[in-house]
Design a protein around this ligand. Structure first.
Ligand code: COA
Length: 175
C-alpha cells in the first residue's frame, strides 16, 4: 500500500466527529467545527485547495511527500485547520511526519491540538493493526507548536536541551 493510501485508509477509520470546546476560564471563545474525515467519510479532495491556501496564509510549507490527512471544517466548508502527513515505512523505524496549520482567526482554540489527537488516534489503530509501534515526528518551526506537542496529554519528546530552531525535531512513539 502506498504511503498516501495507508494514510487515507487509516484516516477514514478515525471517528473524531463533531467537536465543541469551551474555554475553561471563560476567556476563550467557543467555535464549532468538525474534524474530517470522520468514520465512513470519503476523501478530502474538495478541501485540498483551501488547505494549501491555509498553509500559505500562515507562511509554512508541508514537505512535498506530505498529503492532506485531516481538516477542521467550520460550517459547511470553511477550512480552519489542516494536518498534512506522510509515511516513511522503509527500514526499522516506521515513521509518520506531519505538519499542522490553523487559521489565524481560529488559533488558540485547541483546533491544532484536536488535529494532532486525530492523527495520534488513527496512528495508534494502524500500529495495533500492524503489530508494531509507529513514530510520529514533526519538524517544529514555531515555539507555540512545541508547546502544543509538549502538553502532558500529548507528551512528545524533544532534544535533551529542549526544542529550539537549531534542534527542531519532536517525536513520539505510538502503539
Ligand atoms: C502552531 C499552531 C498549529 C497551534 O494551533 P492552535 O489551534 O492555535 O493551538 P491550540 O489552541 O490547539 O493550542 C494547544 C496548546 O499549544 C500551546 N499554544 C498554542 N498556541 C499558543 C500561543 N499562541 N501562545 C502560547 N501557547 C500556545 C498551548 O500550550 C496550548 O494549550 P492551552 O491553550 O491550553 O494553553 C497554530 O498557531 C498555527 O497554525 N501556527 C502557524 C503555523 C505553524 O507554525 N504550524 C506549525 C508548523 S511546525
Amino acid at each position: 500500500m502506498s504511503a498516501r493510501l495507508a494514510l487515507t485508509a487509516v484516516a477514514a477509520l478515525a471517528a473524531a466527529g463533531f467537536v465543541r470546546r469551551s474555554a475553561p476560564s471563560g476567556s476563550r471563545k467557543t467555535v464549532q467545527y468538525k474534524i474530517l474525515p470522520s468514520e465512513g467519510e470519503g476523501g478530502l479532495d474538495e478541501y485540498e485547495n483551501e488547505a494549501l491556501d491555509l498553509l500559505d496564509e500562515v507562511n509554512i510549507k508541508a514537505s512535498p511527500e506530505e498529503s492532506l490527512v485531516f481538516v477542521a471544517v467550520r460550517g459547511r466548508d470553511q477550512v480552519i485547520g489542516a494536518l498534512f502527513a506522510s509515511d516513511e515505512d522503509d527500514g526499522d523505524e516506521p515513521k509518520r511526519r506531519f505538519t499542522v496549520a490553523v487559521s489565524p482567526d481560529h488559533q488558540r482554540k485547541l483546533i491544532g491540538y484536536e488535529l494532532v489527537r486525530a492523527l495520534e488516534e488513527s496512528t495508534s489503530e494502524l500500529a495495533a493493526e500492524r503489530g508494531h509501534p509507529i513514530m510520529l515526528e514533526a519538524w517544529v518551526v514555531n515555539p507555540h507548536m512545541a508547546s502544543l506537542l509538549r502538553r502532558e496529554d500529548l507528551g512528545f519528546d524533544e532534544g535533551y536541551r529542549g526544542w529550539s530552531q537549531d534542534d527542531p525535531m519532536m517525536h513520539k512513539w505510538v502503539g
